[in-house]
Design a protein around this ligand. Sequence first.
Ligand SMILES: [Zn+2]
Length: 392
Amino acid sequence: MAESTEKLVIKNIAQILSGKLEEPLIDGNCVIAIDGKITDIGYEKDLDTEQATTVIDANDTWLSPGLIDSHVHPVIGDYTPRQQQINWIDSCLHGGVTTMISAGEVHAPGRPKDIVGLKAMAIASQRWYENFRPSGVKMLAGAPVLEEGMEEHDFKELADAGVKLLGEVGLGSVKTGETAAQMVKWARKYGIQSTIHTGGPSIPGSGLIDKDIVLEADADIIGHINGGHTALPDDQIICLCESCSRGIEIVHNGNERAGLLAMRTAFEIKQAERVILGTDSPAGSGVQPLGILRMIAMLSSLGDIPPEIAFCFATGNTARMRELDSGIIEVGKSADFIIIDRAQHAPGKDMLESIHQGNLPGVGMTIIDGVVRSHRSRNTPPATRLPSVVEA
Ligand SMILES: [Zn+2]
């Protein structure tokens, strides 16, 4: 092995949540990663655990892919002007989130709305989060908000400069289906993914986007299909699920009943692979460090689905739709993990049963790119058993 190789061995895992809908639980008690990528999954006795640089004893707890928040509104570093809060991203890491995707840096005070200004801000945002990961969390940002007057060359320039996302369509001056559709098409042509704001206005200045606009715009992700916070009427939510094949994003900062309706509809039409989760924070309702875990527990308990399936909504589904190299536990993928267990004194025979009854798990450790980023969470209820680094 080369001198610089970092080899991570995680052993004594109780069970592995894979992030894959088709096989959400996989066998094995050991996962190995070299230089930040998963190289082996299986039983310790069958694997080459020699020459590890870091060994983690999972202490009979669960391994899951790190959670992905598909909808956040960062601005700069680990500070949000929306709620004047620092270290909100670190707080979310303690809630198991290892990757976040910006739906627009809309809370920037004095956000430029002229075209050259909005492009400059998107490029700068993409750069500062690429260059600086708060607490190690992967923040994919630089998501411009569409304004009237943008032309095809603007999207090409953004893409050439490294921009890969659009902010929520509808938060800027582009509010008609026709204009949104044209711009989403240009963005897609140059490899830029799009999300549309769905439902009533979020804060003063934003507007209503109904199902007709969402369908006409045809963005890659139906952003907060359960509203952010005001949801569309039920028939429109069902229609959105049934009438297109785009991502069905359910957020914490939305209407929980509408979120359950969207999830149930996705199952009814046998398209659960479209369901992804976000917090839509920071927002008027604050930041939610445990928001993704809370969504998993809420959908699993009130929606009565197996918790291991709900985990897929926040891991493998999002990774596939967002084209990430994380989110599933598979050889070759990024070694982004959380080690979790049943919360102390939670009912249920094991962690999954306690989540199915509506309780949160306890996060014992987070790992990003094969590096331990945090130990026992300061934010979740304490896990019953904790992993430990036994060799470093
Ligand atoms: Zn929104």
